[in-house]
Design a protein around this ligand. Structure first.
Ligand SMILES: CC(C)(COP(=O)(O)OP(=O)(O)OC[C@H]1O[C@@H](n2cnc3c(N)ncnc32)[C@H](O)[C@@H]1OP(=O)(O)O)[C@@H](O)C(=O)NCCC(=O)NCCS
Length: 148
């Protein structure tokens, strides 16, 4: 698996991956209106716009996009791996890369807003909960932190 910077051509595949996660996984933890709103935030067009102001990464395996995440300073966002590959180590490799890049950039801690369904994944990686966040767009999540 390699992790590389997002390119405009990736937008449809990244959008499809995220929307599949939202509908298949996150929908079990969030009300329908929140999922609908999030689906609207991850259209190919919106992802291209995001990539103009944030570093968007994609994880690729056998020429297929299997994961994605954003980094702004020491904040990670939109961490998603392809639902049919969950539990197979894609998220671990992607997070390893994000944390390594952040450390290389001189940061000593990293933060993220974990969706309700992903808290245990981050806890396993050494993240701890700072508090809850109620975002108008993304609904309820946990602010988490890890010292690098
Ligand atoms: C959370 C997510 C990124 C994890 O990715 P993944 O590719 O499944 O992660 P891995 O396969 O590397 O899992 C690493 C470990 O965490 C565990 N794990 C993964 N997701 C988990 C979850 N949601 N709850 C509890 N444990 C989880 C795995 O079982 C594995 O445990 P092990 O080391 O004992 O085998 C992925 O489930 C996902 O995309 N979820 C939907 C989108 C989402 O909510 N993203 C987070 C936004 S903040």
């Amino acid at each position: 698996m390699i992790t590389r910077q997002f390119m405009t051509i990736d937008a449809p595949a990244v959008s499809a991956l995220i929307i599949a996660d939202l509908k298949q996984i996150n929908s079990k933890y969030y009300p329908e209106h929140v999922i609908k709103r999030m689906v609207g935030l991850y259209t190919p067009k919106r992802i291209i716009q995001t990539a103009q102001s944030q570093l968007v990464l994609v994880a690729e395996m056998f020429d297929e996009i299997v994961g994605t995440a954003t980094i702004s300073q020491n904040f990670f966002g939109s961490v998603f791996t392809r639902p049919d590959l969950h539990g197979k180590g894609v998220g671990t490799k992607l997070m390893d890369t994000l944390e390594r890049l952040t450390k290389q950039n001189g940061m000593s801690e990293v933060k993220l807003h974990a969706s309700l369904n992903a808290v245990q994944f981050y806890e396993k990686r050494g993240y701890t909960i700072l508090g809850t966040v109620n975002d108008a767009k993304f609904g309820e999540s946990y602010e988490m932190i890890k010292k690098l």
